[in-house]
Design a protein around this ligand. Sequence first.
Ligand code: G6P
Ligand code: MG
Length: 215
Amino acid sequence: MDVKACIFDLDGVIVDTAVYHFKSWKRLADELGINFTLHDNERLKGVSRVRSLEIVLEIGNVTKTEAEKQELASRKNEWYTEMISKMKPDEVLPGAKEFLQLVKNAGIKTALGSASKNAGIILDKTGLTPFFDAVIDGNHVSKAKPDPEVFLKGAEAVQVDPKFCVVFEDAIAGVEAALAGGMKVVGIGSPEILSKANLVIPGLSEMDLEKLKAV
Ligand code: G6P
Ligand code: MG
């Protein structure tokens, strides 16, 4: 395939922020008397902030009003942003920077397609901003993955037809979003979980241009 753009999810593909999300959701859950485990945290991957909160509340069988939910979500986000503001370039996942450089050198466009409203600060703190031709994040979209909106906007921003785009995703909802957008998708993680992806690899350190063209 003639790949003209690569669109990357952020959390779990480029950086491992799941641990920070977990710590801050756990702190909130503790305050609410909800038992929230690392296993539960898997359900929050790729899911928007408010939906994540709803899942945490569901786990604890706790009901809150819309106004209370807003307040709880922003409390969690304050703790989360405090942690990510201390992120360093060495927190970029193995092979991510190298693969981004490889893709850029090959004249292929790069875009970010993330549900996070904190993508800008994470790219900034880890020194990755210059590697992206376009950044589409939670501030630019109204429909969450598995809706393809975030990836379609990414393709549009780099002016590439979706059929020439390859998406990199670690979440099932993200894989579905890419396919719904008419794009090819490389899953990052386990082939059992990401079975719908065109190719599944453990991480970007396992990726090269040959595999990209064969997707
Ligand atoms: C990504 C992460 C999710 C997170 C979401 C929103 O998709 O995988 O775990 O809930 O972004 O992140 P935000 O930074 O906007 O709270
Ligand atoms: Mg992700």
